[in-house]
Design a protein around this ligand. Structure first.
Ligand code: MF3
Ligand code: CO
Ligand code: CO
Length: 275
């Protein structure tokens, strides 16, 4: 999407702000003994209290508000009442908030969202993720988390009008190469805004893509680094992506608004310091 209308900008900023604020609250909950289900329940409550909707819930039949992916789970883990966090785990929390504007006096949002004709509403969406330790984790895992976050910031840094998707992938890949991590290749960043997933698809490694960023574009960048190899597979539940070698994986994500200068990090958390 290219977003220039000032009222639209206000709503996409609001979605990002809610997303960042809720994620920070969820991070505070992470501790041994807590279930991913409890974190999910709180996520949904906080999003709705803030006046937004849980983007993931019902998206292609995904049943929950967040994706909670532990250790060898890369992304799209489904929260579960029986999944208890334990000391030494790492957990990726991924969350989406939708701010909905109803159109043409529509009372209730119908089934016609997006930016087409005959629509009843327009959605403005933020998507963000972090991976955090549960209790005490090993130095190796600490470094995996720090490096994956560092690659997100490195990718964000090159994002401005005129930069290419290859520039983003290159900046992220360089961080992984230095430490020898496997980069997940099947999943990546994406356009976002009026719809949850939009073009372009943004790879987390050098692809040679000459596609250029334009002012007003909203994109999500989301590197996934593995302690082992880059191969992943989908579990029987149809959602959870795990590493093929069962080594741990980390994932960080932000939604950004592209400008002529530094990008605006829409999903920045209240206490986040961008290094
Ligand atoms: N949030 C993931 C992403 O960053 C996608 C989650 S799919 C869903 O692209 F169904 F869980 F919503
Ligand atoms: Co995303
Ligand atoms: Co996400």
């Amino acid at each position: 999407m290219i977003l220039t209308d000032s009222k639209d900008l206000e709503l996409i900023r609001k979605a990002g702000e809610i997303d960042g604020y809720v994620l920070e609250e969820l991070m505070k909950m992470v501790a041994p003994g807590v279930t991913t289900w409890e974190i999910d329940e709180r996520a949904e409550r906080l999003i709705r209290e803030a006046g937004a909707l849980p983007t993931f819930k019902g998206y292609r039949n995904f049943p929950c508000t967040i994706c909670a992916s532990i250790n060898e789970e890369v992304v799209h883990g489904i929260p579960n009442k029986n999944r208890v966090l334990k000391d030494g785990d790492i957990i990726s929390l991924d969350i989406g908030s939708t701010v909905r504007r109803t159109l043409n006096g529509a009372k209730d949002a119908g089934a016609t969202g997006g930016k087409g004709k005959n629509r009843d509403y327009e959605d403005f969406i933020g998507d963000t993720a972090v991976t955090v330790p549960v209790g005490q984790i090993s130095a190796k895992l600490e470094k995996l988390l720090a490096d994956t976050q560092k690659s997100l910031y490195a990718g964000i840094k090159v994002c401005r009008a005129g930069a290419t998707l290859d520039d983003i992938g290159g900046a992220i890949e360089d961080v992984a190469l230095e430490a020898g991590y496997g980069i997940v290749r099947e999943y990546g960043g994406h356009g976002i805004g009026y719809n949850y997933h939009e073009d372009p698809f943004i790879l987390n490694y050098r692809s040679g893509s000459r596609t250029k960023l334009k002012p007003g574009m909203v994109i999500a960048i989301e590197p996934m680094f593995n302690l082992g190899g880059d191969r992943v597979r989908l579990k029987q539940d149809g959602w959870t992506v795990v590493t093929q070698d069962y080594k741990p994986s980390a994932h960080f994500e932000h939604s950004l608004l592209i400008t002529e200068g530094d990008p605006e990090i829409l999903t920045k958390r209240p206490s986040e310091v961008i290094a």
